[in-house]
Design a binder for this molecule. Structure first.
Ligand SMILES: C[S@@+](CC[C@H](N)C(=O)[O-])C[C@H]1O[C@@H](n2cnc3c(N)ncnc32)[C@H](O)[C@@H]1O
Length: 235
């Protein structure tokens, strides 16, 4: 694996969006993950709506496990020509984030209550995504539960498949074991280049973090392990 120094930080401006710190009830680990009620989607979610969003625009970024949506709510107004889709298994969080989208009038982002693993596997075309983001995925500490981790070898293969040439995969976690095993798996099952170096951006205000979990981790003085991978450009 190779180390690099490229970093393209998003321009966080959470305060400007006048969103609150409402991460208090975001679980450290969702012990009993809710299961989608209609295939890979929860009730009220429309697979046709996902197809319409996937067909929008030329630049598409997706987030696996978007939680309460801080990252996409922040990034989407900064990059109005990029389409952002958040996939979140906890329907409550997905719908709360989508309510914020509507309240803020953001037109280039949508949160779906769904199983991201299944959606990426079944709904997303090869070489159609510019960036895949996965921040602080549930660690599933117990050995017998580790197979539930979203970044399985099969998901990593799918992430490589859906990325366009030069597309990027961003993976951050506070769990060193998950970080190291995932980096090994990326090296083993994909041809993505990385991990490339990602610096820790300074925080300029109370919500100036990439995600709620990054905020919580850093405020607790704990390390965040960041990585970025790039798919080879086409020749
Ligand atoms: C530890 S939280 C991190 C949330 C957010 N990324 C952050 O950094 O604040 C992990 C999230 O992943 C979601 N999740 C777990 N498995 C998932 C899956 N298969 N599809 C979509 N979301 C999933 C959980 O419901 C939870 O909200």
């Amino acid at each position: 694996m190779q180390q690099g120094s490229n970093h393209e930080p998003y321009n966080f401006n959470f305060a400007a969006l006048q969103l609150n710190n409402d991460d208090e009830d975001l679980n450290d680990e969702v012990v009993d993950l809710p299961q989608p009620t209609r295939g890979r989607f929860f009730r009220d979610e429309d697979p046709q709506l996902l197809r319409e969003w996937l067909a929008k625009g030329k630049t598409l970024e997706i987030e696996i496990g978007s939680g309460k949506g801080l990252f996409l709510l922040n990034a989407s107004p900064m990059h109005p020509h990029t389409t952002y889709l958040g996939f979140e298994l906890a329907a409550k969080y997905a719908w709360e984030a989508q309510t914020k989208v509507e309240r803020l009038g953001l037109s280039n982002v949508h949160f779906f209550a769904c199983d991201a693993v299944a959606v990426i596997d079944q709904d997303i075309a090869s070489e159609s995504v510019d960036a895949v983001h996965c921040y602080f995925p549930d660690p599933w500490w117990k050995a017998k539960h580790k197979k539930r981790r979203v970044l399985s070898e099969q998901t990593l293969r799918n992430i490589e498949r859906v990325l366009k040439p030069s597309g990027q995969f961003h993976f951050w976690t506070d769990v060193l074991d998950y970080y190291e095993l995932t980096l090994q798996a990326v090296d083993h099952v994909t041809t993505l280049t990385g991990p490339l170096f990602v610096c820790e951006p300074p925080s300029n205000h109370d919500m100036d973090y990439r995600t709620h979990f990054e905020r919580r981790t850093r405020l607790n003085g704990l390390p965040v392990y960041r990585s970025r991978f790039v798919k080879a450009s086409s020749t």
